[in-house]
Write a protein that binds this ligand. Structure first.
Ligand code: HEM
Length: 134
């Protein structure tokens, strides 16, 4: 059980990173180029926030399986910062949908996702295997 959940949590990190960088690029291009808000923006944002939700669920399972006493760095840094990043990504996605104009939608998504992705990149434990078993 532990190894499957840890395997998934390790691999899914790459979907979060790739989807996060892709949606960020799309939002900055949309904002600065004053482009229309298209379904692709919504879908990519949903892939990013949904992958984060699954990561959170897997992470919570890991917390319980591993036991809180054995988490050290993870309890003090990784977990609280990732919770904050996930909330910020969701707030950004909701605010973007409610933007008055297409440019406002892109701008809101770009700003909130930037903060979320920076936090995520800072608090991924890069010292651990980049892929399971590596
Ligand atoms: C609130 C959400 C999250 C929780 C509760 C959580 C929890 C955890 C826990 C408990 C571990 C420790 C595993 C161990 O000691 O062996 C861990 C490891 C890890 N987490 Fe998270 N995490 C969360 C979000 C994320 C996110 C968003 C990412 C990346 C996008 C991520 C990437 C990783 C990676 C790469 C590891 C190391 C996996 C390995 O050693 O193979 N986590 N996480």
């Amino acid at each position: 059980m532990l190894s499957i959940v840890l395997w998934l949590h390790n691999v899914l990190r790459w979907l979060v990173v790739v989807a996060g960088v892709a949606v960020l690029a799309l939002e900055y291009v949309g904002w600065l180029g004053k482009h229309e808000w298209k379904p692709t923006n919504k879908i990519l944002g949903m892939i990013f926030t949904s992958a984060l939700d699954v990561q959170m669920l897997l992470g919570i399972i890991l917390m319980f399986v591993l036991g809180f006493g054995n988490l050290g760095f993870f309890l003090s840094m990784h977990i609280p910062e990732m919770f904050i990043a996930i909330v910020l990504a969701h707030v950004g996605s909701q605010l973007a949908k409610r933007g008055a104009t297409d440019v406002a939608k892109h701008r809101r998504a770009a700003i909130w996702y930037t903060i979320a992705i920076l936090l995520i990149l800072m608090f991924i434990p890069w010292q651990r295997p980049l892929l399971p078993g590596m």
